[in-house]
Ligand binder design. Structure first.
Ligand SMILES: [Zn+2]
Ligand SMILES: [Zn+2]
Length: 79
């Protein structure tokens, strides 16, 4: 049974987690502010194989302010 599930605003992207996240965090870095359009973003910390994303996601890859690689996935229809 999925612990958490949800979708984007238009419903074409769905996300399911196998279990509750290991941890959560709020990030207020510039990248998260731009991506979320808010002062901070809410994030789940999970293992990749515990996340199931369905639908035609778009991927953005770059570097964060730390210099580490960052990948973000979003709905191309309702971003
Ligand atoms: Zn959407
Ligand atoms: Zn951030």
């Amino acid at each position: 049974m999925n612990a958490i599930s949800g979708s984007c605003n238009c419903g074409q992207i769905t996300v399911k987690l196998d279990k509750k996240p290991d941890s959560t965090c709020l990030c207020h870095c510039t990248d998260c502010q731009r991506f979320s359009g808010a002062p901070m973003s809410g994030n789940f910390i999970v293992q990749k194989d515990e996340v199931h994303i369905e639908g035609p996601v778009k991927r953005w890859a770059g570097k964060g302010a730390s210099g580490n690689a960052v990948e973000r996935y979003f709905c191309p229809n309702c971003v």
